[in-house]
Write a new protein. Structure first.
Length: 91
């Protein structure tokens, strides 16, 4: 997972974002509801202002049910991730 984080950071600049939550760093596992609740409680924003990028359909579906924006992508889909984030940010 750390390799994926480093690769995404290299291409996306994670420090440019106000918040980046990584479940493995949080000590939680998706699709456990605690992950989604923690993010929502921390951000205190509307669900449509939260985006989940994940490679598991089950995790994506859990986020969608909460009203989050989502991107289903593998670690090899960096262009798809970039496009989805840019669309989410209205760039």
């Amino acid at each position: 997972m750390l390799i994926d984080k480093e690769r995404i950071d290299k291409h996306m600049g994670l420090s440019d974002f106000d918040y980046v939550f990584l479940s493995f760093e949080m000590g939680l596992r998706k699709p456990d509801d605690k992950v989604y609740s923690f993010v929502e409680e921390t951000l205190k924003t509307k669900p449509e202002n939260i985006m989940l990028i994940d490679d598991t359909k089950e995790n994506i579906e859990s986020a969608k049910k909460r009203g989050w924006k989502t991107c289903l992508a593998t670690s090899n889909d960096l262009n798809l991730i970039k496009e989805s984030v840019n669309k989410f940010l209205n760039l």
